[in-house]
Design a binder for this molecule. Structure first.
Ligand SMILES: Cc1ncc(COP(=O)(O)O)c(C=O)c1O
Length: 394
């Protein structure tokens, strides 16, 4: 009944989904308290009170629930243009450069549909958010995996240079990163920008390579780390952001795309994004949510609380003998699997009722991802189980 393509995708399933199902099975046997589920990137807290207040008040205002321009409410887009322009310190950004999206996922699909012809290549920096592969495939593109620097997970400009071909159309960057927690340095990003320009010239590319910067974790950074504003580094660039993580609103599906005014044919691209938003069936991003986030652009969840959890999980992992690169952003730790087979390792962890996702599921074999958007108490309770798990590999 379903297409061969989709049947194949369903059969493969995602590792995150598999671990989630395993979690359900374990919870039914051992009870919620005794399963340490680090598998999902689902913020566990509630949205800030100011967001809830806005939603309640705006819900009964006139003209909030109607159709609108496909790009979204003009006043909301103007506010975002102002916000992103100031953040990047760039001139000329207006409401015309902003298209509201159905979360980052909707924004990525609208962007890829607007950019890709069949067979066009899109670079993704491994390890990566695995849905990128499906999103690129949705629009006839071909994902090209490019490794990051071992030990830091920072982009590798030389590896990027080697991956560029006459078919390269775009590169997806995700900073702060899921699954590694890495926050990219300005120095390296500037080198990546120079690399793109150099390769475009060398290959005589007709269209410049578009940088798609996926930034749902931009506000979740620790220890003074800065999520660099990509519009100040890359000319041919669009930033895709969402409020799923920063305002704990993943179920409400609200985000936006902002195009650098310096992008080649920026006006045409913005029209294309409004069009693809429409014909992908989104029509427009949710109206009430657009209005609510516009009142809360400076709000965010309690970042200190995430940092506290990160520190607690780091302490547990270190005590249990696991290695990892200290994460500076998002809410994930990407640890080294003590055995080469990360899938077997995660299965062994599940035996101890610890749910982790194998790095293989993110194009990063030999690692595991632990999401620390769980309660602080869960992290403390998981200690004994992690110690037992670690002891198995000494
Ligand atoms: C890197 C990355 N991009 C995009 C998304 C999708 O986010 P949204 O809920 O805004 O669609 C996620 C969600 O986990 C993510 O981790």
């Amino acid at each position: 009944m379903v297409s061969k393509n989709i049947a194949k995708s369903l059969a493969n399933g995602s590792w995150i989904r598999k671990m989630f199902e395993e979690g359900d099975r374990l919870r039914a046997i051992y009870g919620d308290e005794n399963v340490y589920d680090f598998s999902l990137g689902n913020p566990d807290g509630e949205p800030p009170q100011s967001v809830l207040d806005s939603l309640q008040r705006l819900a009964v205002e006139p003209n909030v629930h109607k159709y609108m321009a496909n790009a979204g409410f003009l006043d909301v887009r103007a506010k975002l243009a102002d916000y992103e322009g100031k953040r990047a310190g760039i001139e000329g950004l207006t409401a015309a450069h902003v298209v509201m999206s159905v979360g980052a996922a909707g924004g990525l699909n609208a962007a890829l549909k607007a950019l890709l012809d069949p067979g066009d290549e899109v670079m993704v920096l491994a390890p990566f958010f695995v849905e990128y592969l499906s999103y690129i495939g949705n629009h006839g593109g071909v994902p090209v995996q490019v490794s990051t620097q071992p030990g830091t997970f920072q982009p590798d400009p030389e590896a990027i240079a080697r991956a560029i071909t006459p078919r390269t159309r775009a590169m997806i960057i995700n900073n702060p990163n899921n699954p590694t927690g890495a926050v990219y340095t300005r120095e390296i990003l500037e080198e990546v920008a120079r690399t793109l320009t150099r390769r475009e010239k060398e290959l005589g590319l007709e269209s410049p390579i578009m940088v798609i910067s996926d930034e749902p974790y931009a506000k979740l950074v620790y220890d003074g780390a800065v999520a660099e504003p990509m519009l100040s580094i890359f000319d041919n660039c669009m930033v895709i952001n969402s409020f799923s993580k920063s305002l704990a609103l993943p179920g409400e599906r609200i985000g936006y795309i902002v195009v650098n005014p310096k992008t080649q044919e920026a006006g045409l691209l913005c029209s294309a994004l409004a069009y693809t938003t429409r014909v992908l069936g989104y029509v427009n991003a949710p109206g009430l949510l657009q209005k609510a986030i516009a009142e809360n652009l400076d709000a965010k969840v309690d970042v200190d609380e995430y940092r506290r959890r990160r520190d607690a999980l780091e302490a547990v992992l270190t005590e249990a003998g696991f290695q990892y690169v200290k994460p500076e952003g998002a809410f994930y730790i990407f640890g080294k699997s003590p055995i080469p087979d990360d899938v077997a390792f995660c299965q062994a962890a599940a035996e101890k009722r610890i749910l982790l996702v194998p790095g293989t599921g993110f194009g990063g074999p030999g690692y595991f991802r632990a999401a620390y958007c769980v309660s602080y108490e869960t992290i403390l309770r998981s200690r004994e189980a992690f110690l037992e798990l670690g002891a198995m590999y000494r």
